[in-house]
Design a protein around this ligand. Structure first.
Ligand SMILES: NC(=O)c1ccc[n+]([C@@H]2O[C@H](COP(=O)([O-])OP(=O)(O)OC[C@H]3O[C@@H](n4cnc5c(N)ncnc54)[C@H](OP(=O)(O)O)[C@@H]3O)[C@@H](O)[C@H]2O)c1
Length: 238
């Protein structure tokens, strides 16, 4: 991982915040992406101070194609290349199907599907000439299994799985690996905005998610961890 350039989208979130110190510790150079400029800048400074690595904050709303283009351009301008992309930005709307408003559906599709698509596509295009790269898309188990109250979220996540698998088939010939992560519930700020009653003490930790991502990123060069599925032992809803 030494000197690899890693773009972490959702760097300030629960999973992102657990992942970036591990990447920094391994000597990676970091491009930190989310919308909140202040949080990102603080994170970049603390990583540079604590780990003696280079980290830049690139505030970006990934639902806006032009902003994702500008982010990729800035990353390449600063570091000359992108080796790894970790897409871990997202949000959840959990409501009965008949109560989903058009704006709920649009929000899910814009962020979890289109934002993830734009980022994957533009970074893959930046990787392909070097014939090396790794794209990690954090999907969640609701990209594989349906659940009551999750129709809009599942629509976005099943879509993200669909395009990611097509992308994986296409970018393999450019030496780009694609790994999809199907985590079960993770205790993170994601759940602060979700109205479902859940027992957060039974969930996975953000550290478990970060460890799984590091496992994929440090696999043997000839090995492609295509899909990683980790569930909490008990997924009790209260
Ligand atoms: N937590 C779980 O139980 C769980 C389980 C399986 C899968 N997942 C998936 O894992 C991913 C991350 O989850 P998490 O638990 O880490 O969530 P989180 O703590 O809520 O963090 C979300 C991150 O995404 C960023 N973000 C949100 N909207 C954005 C936008 N439009 N453009 C750029 N960045 C944006 C947020 O920063 P800003 O608000 O500053 O933009 C934040 O850094 C999501 O895709 C989620 O669906 C979560």
């Amino acid at each position: 991982m030494q000197n690899k350039v890693v773009v972490v989208v959702g760097a300030t979130g629960g999973i992102g915040s657990a992942l970036v110190p591990k990447l920094a510790e391994s000597g990676a150079r970091l491009v930190l992406v989310a919308r909140d400029r202040d949080k990102l800048t603080e994170l970049a400074h603390s990583l540079e101070d604590d780990y003696d690595i280079e980290a830049i904050a690139v505030p970006t709303d990934i639902t806006q194609y032009a902003q994702v283009e500008a982010m990729v351009k800035e990353a390449i301008g600063k570091f000359g290349q992108i080796d790894i992309l970790v897409n871990t930005a997202g949000a959840g709307v959990m409501k009965q199907f008949n109560r989903i408003e058009p704006e709920d559906l649009e929000r899910m599709l814009d962020l979890n599907l289109k934002g993830n698509f734009y980022t994957s596509q533009l970074v893959a295009n930046a990787m392909k000439d070097r014939k090396v790269g790794h794209i990690c898309n954090v999907i969640g188990i609701l990209g594989q299994h349906p659940m009551a109250m999750a129709s809009a979220y599942c629509a976005s996540k099943f879509g993200a799985v669909g395009f990611s698998k097509c992308m994986a088939d296409e970018v393999r010939r450019f030496g780009i690996k694609v790994t999809l992560f199907y985590f079960g519930g993770i205790d993170s700020p994601f759940w602060d905005q979700v109205s479902l009653k859940v027992d957060r003490s039974k969930m996975l930790t953000t550290a478990s998610a970060a460890n799984a991502i590091m496992f994929a990123l440090t696999a043997d060069p000839q090995a492609v961890p295509m899909e990683i599925n980790i569930q909490p032992e008990s997924h009790l809803f209260i």
